[in-house]
Design a protein around this ligand. Structure first.
Ligand code: ATP
Ligand code: MG
Length: 443
């Protein structure tokens, strides 16, 4: 296993606590990720020092006290904020959401016992090396996620752990140990008590994981607790010559084939949510899904709002779902028309979406050539600075006013007509020619 390479600031903090007579370790995700050879996002420190004692040890440093009620003091060491949390045991959980109280302890074992999965109980310092009290090292080597203690009890205490479990399985590519997996499925309804913001964070990470498709295939019922609209996709037939999967399995294949970023993954996960409601089967048994893009967008917008996604994400994902079935643009004129409607950023996104969508169909590469063409056209249009938007026209509203077109609506319509004429190569994008054309249009 790779060695732990902690930043100097982390080593200093651990040493300062130890020199004052306290136990201190880096713990959780940072140790897990280091041992997997991945660079940790942040380093959490756990210590036997009480918060006031931690504050004394770091009195000459900048401290931030937010989180003090949970025993966390944030210390800024050489520009790096470090969260230092006192060993603690959580009190009783009455509602599968919040512990009723937090009690500090001087026992490392008690602190590690409250953590969710064995691979998240590993801790480390320079003196002791990796400390493993719950079999985390073996599970890490076997790539297994195992609840610490009795799974049912742990998921009933804090139902978010149910979703964290499948999120880690997706992100790390680990397998859920059988008893833990059974318990996740069995206790899934408890997730309905968990705050939507917390669910959203885990769900997005799950979607962006390397194993998102496999995990969703096995644990889709967990997701259905907070997105019941997923249910009708499972087993929804697509008897068309283009498809070889039901809507759900098509969705999983599409998801796997888009880069692991939040917005693209959300687009693919949700792109066909409207299909079950739009499915019509004709006399020869062929299915049709006319209008499903619009229907998907209508279904998905309230889901994203409910999960408290920010406005930009809701708007972008919904818009891209609405256009996901747009035909590939394979001529210059069609490419410019599409660009004028959706802009360059959505044009690029549409190519990724169409590629991923096609990968989940009977002929996964059917569209490759068309997409190459679409991409080449975009490059050419942008490189040449060819006009596809109103603001690129060589005339503007004031120019039209100067030739006597004064009505606001008329200006708008004439500019649109001029843009179309330029895109369709009926008029060059030159001021004199455009004004001639405008006069011809309006008189
Ligand atoms: P990442 O930061 O990559 O999402 P992580 O394991 O560091 O993964 P955090 O949410 O940063 O996750 O939590 C840090 C540690 O705190 C975890 O490794 C785990 O030991 C513990 N932990 C976090 N959330 C819970 C929870 N809901 N129940 C029990 N332990 C938890
Ligand atoms: Mg972390």
């Amino acid at each position: 296993m790779p060695e732990i390479k902690a930043p100097e600031q982390v080593k200093t903090a651990l040493r300062l606590l130890q020199e004052s007579g306290f136990e201190s370790y880096a713990v959780g995700g940072c140790v897990r990720d280091s041992l997997l050879g991945n660079a940790p996002d942040d380093w959490d420190i756990t210590t036997s020092a009480l918060p006031v004692e931690t504050e004394t040890v770091f009195q000459s440093y900048r401290l931030i006290e937010t989180g003090l009620q949970h025993g966390t003091v944030t210390v800024i060491l050489d520009g790096m904020p470090l969260e230092i949390t006192t060993f603690r045991v959580d009190g009783d959980y009455l509602d599968a959401r919040h512990p009723e109280s937090v009690t500090f302890t001087r026992s490392l074992r008690d602190d590690l016992a409250r953590r969710d999965f064995t691979v998240n109980t590993l801790c480390w310092n320079e003196t002791d090396g990796v400390v493993d009290l719950f079999g985390g090292t073996a599970d890490l080597q076997n790539r297994l996620l195992r609840a610490v203690g009795e799974p049912d009890k742990r998921f009933q205490e804090d139902a978010l752990r149910i979703l964290r479990g499948i999120r880690f399985a997706s992100v790390l590519g680990f397998t859920l140990e059988e008893a833990t997996a059974d318990s996740i499925l069995h206790n899934r309804q408890l997730l309905s008590a968990v705050a939507k913001e917390r669910i959203r964070v885990e769900f997005s990470k799950l979607l962006c994981g390397q194993n998102a498709a496999q995990v969703l295939e096995r644990f889709h019922e967990v997701v259905e607790v907070f997105i019941p609209e997923l249910r009708p996709l499972v087993g929804c037939p697509q008897n068309t010559k283009y498809h070889c999967f039901d809507v759900f399995h098509h969705t999983l294949a599409a998801l796997e084939n888009i880069p692991p970023l939040e917005i693209p993954r959300l687009c693919m996960f949700f792109h066909d949510f409207g299909k079950p409601a739009c499915r019509r089967t004709d006399a020869d048994g062929t299915d049709h899904f006319k209008g499903h893009e619009q229907k998907s967008a209508e279904i998905v917008e309230p889901i994203l709002r409910r999960l408290r996604y920010d406005k930009h994400t809701v708007k972008t994902v919904t818009e891209r779902i609405r256009i996901h079935d747009t035909k590939s643009a394979v001529t210059k004129v069609r490419a410019k028309k599409l660009l004028s409607e959706i802009g360059a950023e959505n044009y690029r996104a549409l190519m990724d979406i169409k590629r991923a969508d096609c990968r989940g169909k009977a002929d996964p590469h059917a569209i490759d050539e068309k997409l190459q063409k679409m991409d080449a056209l975009l490059t050419e249009i942008l490189e040449n600075g060819e006009c596809y938007a109103r603001k690129q026209l060589s005339v503007n509203g004031n120019d039209l006013k100067a030739i006597g077109i004064t009505d606001g609506k008329a200006i708008h319509d004439v500019l649109d007509a001029l843009l179309l004429a330029v895109i369709e190569e009926r008029c060059p994008n030159e001021k004199t020619a455009l004004l001639e054309y405008a006069k011809y249009l309006s008189f």
